[in-house]
Design a protein around this ligand. Structure first.
Ligand code: NAD
Ligand code: MG
Length: 392
């Protein structure tokens, strides 16, 4: 019997973070929680640290450190309290950390996730934005350190499961892959009258039909930018060029994605829409562990429907494909502009249909350039945020 694997969860208080802890708590012999992190919810973080006996608690917002210390004491948690963005990187590279769950939302997750890859960890990657803005950098550092990145995003996890085990060393084409087919639920406005979209509220946009997620990704699902980001994420994770990636709308979210091979075979991964499945897969790979997920009953599901995405009504998907084809800084610019526009929508500053407009004008205004280094990527991100704010 080997010792339990030390686990760090970046973004433990979020939707993916909590689902991860739900899976982990079912397997105390396999995983031991080393560090949990949060942005500013010190109380919530302290409760999780107490419940899961974490050794370190990290709060990214430094002004919340004393609150965190008080809350840890009040909850009887033994965790050592740390604060600030550099502490996120410190726990992501701890010697005892075997697995790092990257579940911070947005570009804020880039540095600690990249550091975990650079130090050769098993990285369970939910934080798609970091792969979108720095795909080449991740690929280079993964090869240099020997880190294993197992995607948690359900579509990419499905692709990972449907690809041959040696796809990374052989390459996709050499593995006989013709296309990667990403499924999209279509979000809450799939069948909405286009004239009503300008007036939808954040609450309507966050009411996803199949998945219960954080607010930012819920809005992304409603605009289809989530699928756009996932197209770029698939390029970063699997090395597939834009021409090899297709999106198909599948409202039931039972087929999580598919790999089409040269000989006409199409392999898919199916399951209930429950993030605990890809989380458990990424944590235990290549083993399979119990995840607490309801069994898939196909007869009860009844039917599986498919349709082409409507990029006229949902321009974000087209903008993401354009950014992937443009390459360089464009994906980082797209992502940063999207983060600003989505937050402005959630704050009631702009309407829903302004989101793609802000992103498109930011892409037009931003300077092109390479995204080879972390500095390149961070500069593109900062410039795009400033440009996007000017459009609001
Ligand atoms: P969430 O908003 O529920 O949680 C985000 C977590 O990140 C929280 O713990 C928060 O404290 C932390 N955080 C936020 N801003 C931070 C900052 N500036 N610095 C440090 N920490 C910060 O988000 P979520 O829905 O769990 O999504 C997390 C990531 O996983 C996103 O990249 C999302 O796209 C991806 N993802 C989520 C789902 C899902 O079902 N929720 C599915 C696929 C992929
Ligand atoms: Mg997804």
């Amino acid at each position: 019997m080997t010792a339990p694997a030390g686990l760090v969860i970046l973004g433990a208080t979020g939707s993916v973070g909590r689902s991860t802890l739900d899976v982990v708590a079912r397997h105390p012999d396999r995983f031991s929680v080393l560090a949990l992190t949060a942005h500013s919810d010190a109380e919530g973080l302290a409760r999780l640290c107490a419940a899961h006996d974490a050794a370190y608690a990290v709060i990214a917002d430094e002004s919340r450190l004393s609150t965190l210390k008080d809350a840890l004491r009040a909850n009887g948690a033994r965790a050592e309290a740390l604060a600030g963005p550099s502490a996120l990187e410190d726990v992501a590279t701890l010697d005892d950390a075997e697995i790092v769950m990257a579940a911070i939302v947005g570009a804020a997750g880039l540095r600690p996730t990249l550091r975990a890859v650079m130090s050769g960890k098993r990285v369970a990657l939910a934080n798609k934005e970091s792969m979108v803005i720095a795909g080449d950098l991740f690929d280079r550092e993964r090869r240099a350190s020997g880190a294993v990145i197992v995607p948690v995003d359900s579509e990419h996890n499905a692709l990972f499961q449907s690809l041959p085990a040696d796809f990374q060393s052989r390459g996709l084409r050499e593995s006989g892959v013709d296309r990667l087919l990403l499924t999209a639920s279509g979000g809450p406005f799939l069948d909405a009258d286009p004239d009503t979209l300008a007036g939808v509220t954040p609450e309507q946009a966050c009411a996803h039909p199949n998945w219960d997620m954080g607010r930012k990704i819920s809005v992304d699902s409603a605009t289809l930018m989530n699928k756009g980001l996932e197209v770029i994420e698939a390029n970063g994770l699997f090395g597939a060029p834009a021409e090899m990636i297709e999106v198909v709308v599948h409202p039931q979210s039972i087929i999580h994605s598919l790999v089409a091979y040269r000989d006409g075979s199409v392999l898919a991964q199916l399951g209930m829409p429950d993030m605990r499945t890809p989380i458990a897969h990424a944590l235990a790979w290549p083993d399979r562990i119990e995840a607490g997920v309801e069994r898939l009953d196909l007869a009860r599901a009844g039917r599986l429907d498919f349709q082409a995405p409507d990029t006229h009504r949902f321009p974000c998907l087209r903008l993401a494909f354009d950014a992937l084809r443009a390459g360089g800084r464009a994906p980082a610019v797209l992502n940063a502009a999207n983060e600003i526009a989505v937050q402005a929508f959630l704050d009631g500053e702009i309407g829903f249909t302004r989101i793609p407009a802000v992103i498109e004008s930011t892409l037009t205004a931003a300077a092109p350039g390479p995204a080879d280094t972390l500095d390149d990527v961070l500069a593109a991100d900062a410039e795009a945020r400033a440009l996007a704010r000017e459009q609001l």
